[in-house]
Design a protein around this ligand. Structure first.
Ligand SMILES: Cc1cc2nc3c(=O)[nH]c(=O)nc-3n(C[C@H](O)[C@H](O)[C@H](O)COP(=O)(O)O)c2cc1C
Length: 325
C-alpha cells in the first residue's frame, strides 16, 4: 500500500495535498472535514493589509483628530489581528495537521510585527502573499522586487517558524526571485497565486470581476515553473498552486518536483470529498507504478531529469506549433 506521507517546509504531512488560502479555511468544521478526507495541511485565509487599512480609513472619517485617528488605527489593527490569532488557536486545537497562516501585504512595514504574534498563536508556518500592482510607470521592477526581499529578511529575522512566499506568475525571471528569497532564509514558494482580475460589462459599461475559479487547463504554466524551480533552485520547497483539479494533476505536480500541492477551486466546486478522491487516484497510481513512497517519484520529470529539457522551453513550443499548417 502506497505511503503518501511527505515533508514541506520541514513539516511532516500525511499527504502532499493542502487546502490553499481562501474562505474554505475560515470555518473550523470545514478544516476538520479536510483533515478527515486526508488533507496534509491547510493554509488559512489571508489576513489582508489592505482590508485592515480600509477599515481604519472608514472609521477615521468619523474623526478629525489625528490622535483619535491613531487610536482607531491601533484599535482596528489589533482587533482584526486578535480575531485572526484566536482563529489560529482554535484551528490548532481542532486538528492535528499543520495550520499555516497567511498574510497578504503590499508593503514591508507593520506586517512584520504581526508575524511574531502569529507564531506565538501556534501557526506551523507563515505564507506571505505579496500583491503589488505597479501603477507608477517610473518605478523599476528592481524597486518593486526589493519590497519582497526586505520583507523576507525582516520576517525570517523575526520568526523561527518557516516562511514561504506565494508568488504571482508574472516576473521577468521567477527563478532569480526564488533564489533571492532563499538567500534570505525563505524555505518555500507557492507557484502561483491567482489574483482577482477585472472584466468589462459592455452593456452597462462597468468593470466587473472575472470568474474567480481556475480551470483545469490553467495547470500548464504551474507545471512548467514547478518543474524548472525544483531542479534549478532545488533547496527551496515548491508548493504547486493554480489549476490542480484532479488526482492526475496532483501526480503531475509531484513528478515535476512539488513538495506539496495546493487546491482551492476544485474544493469550492466539489467539496471536501474531492480531497479523498484525488488521494485515492494518487495511491492507486503509485501502487500500479510500484512506487512505495512519494520520494520514489518526486521530481522524476523535472527540468533536470528529462533527456530533452528544452521541452520545458518556449522555443520548442514555437517549433512544435510551426509544424501545424
Ligand atoms: C474565493 C477565493 C478566495 C481566495 N482567497 C485567497 C486568500 O485569502 N489568500 C490567498 O493567498 N489566496 C487566495 N485565493 C487564491 C487561492 O488560494 C489559490 O491560490 C488560487 O485559487 C489558485 O488555486 P486553484 O486553481 O486551486 O483555485 C483565493 C481564491 C478564491 C477562488
Amino acid at each position: 500500500m502506497a505511503n503518501t506521507e511527505t515533508t514541506y517546509l520541514g513539516l511532516s504531512l500525511n499527504s502532499p495535498l493542502i487546502v490553499s488560502s481562501s474562505g474554505l479555511n475560515s470555518s473550523i468544521e470545514r478544516i476538520k472535514s479536510y483533515e478527515a478526507n486526508g488533507a496534509g495541511a491547510v493554509v488559512l485565509k489571508s489576513l489582508f493589509e489592505e482590508q485592515i487599512l480600509n477599515e481604519v480609513d472608514k472609521l477615521s472619517q468619523y474623526s478629525d483628530y489625528t490622535e483619535a485617528a491613531d487610536y482607531l488605527k491601533h484599535y482596528v489593527t489589533s482587533n482584526s489581528l486578535k480575531e485572526y490569532i484566536d482563529f489560529i488557536k482554535e484551528a490548532k486545537a481542532a486538528v492535528k495537521i499543520p495550520v499555516i497562516a497567511s498574510i497578504n501585504c503590499v508593503s514591508a512595514s507593520q506586517w512584520v510585527t504581526f508575524a511574531s504574534r502569529i507564531q506565538e498563536a501556534g501557526a506551523d508556518a507563515i505564507e506571505i502573499n505579496v500583491f503589488l500592482l505597479p501603477t507608477d510607470a517610473k518605478k523599476s521592477a528592481n524597486e518593486l522586487e526589493e519590497i519582497y526581499y526586505t520583507l523576507a529578511s525582516k520576517l525570517t529575522g523575526l520568526v523561527s517558524i518557516p516562511v514561504s512566499f506565494k508568488l504571482g506568475a508574472h516576473f521577468t525571471n521567477p527563478l532569480n526571485i526564488i533564489e533571492q528569497l532563499y538567500a534570505r532564509k525563505v524555505k518555500g514558494v507557492v507557484l502561483f497565486n491567482r489574483f482577482f482580475e477585472p472584466d468589462f460589462d459592455i452593456e452597462n459599461l462597468k468593470v466587473i470581476p472575472a470568474p474567480i475559479f481556475s480551470n483545469a487547463a490553467d495547470i500548464r504554466n504551474t507545471l512548467r515553473w514547478v518543474g524548472m524551480t525544483s531542479h534549478l533552485v532545488p533547496k527551496v520547497d515548491v508548493s504547486a498552486s493554480t489549476g490542480v483539479h484532479d488526482g492526475e494533476s496532483l501526480i503531475k505536480m509531484i513528478l515535476a518536483g512539488a513538495s506539496s500541492v495546493q487546491v482551492c477551486s476544485t474544493i469550492y466546486k466539489n467539496g471536501a470529498g474531492q480531497i479523498a478522491a484525488m488521494l485515492k487516484t494518487l495511491s492507486t497510481w503509485m501502487d500500479h507504478k510500484g512506487y512505495k513512497k512519494i520520494t520514489d517519484f518526486k521530481g522524476a520529470m523535472n527540468y533536470g531529469q528529462l533527456t530533452d529539457p528544452t521541452l520545458y522551453e518556449r522555443s520548442q513550443f514555437m517549433k512544435y506549433y510551426s509544424n501545424y499548417e
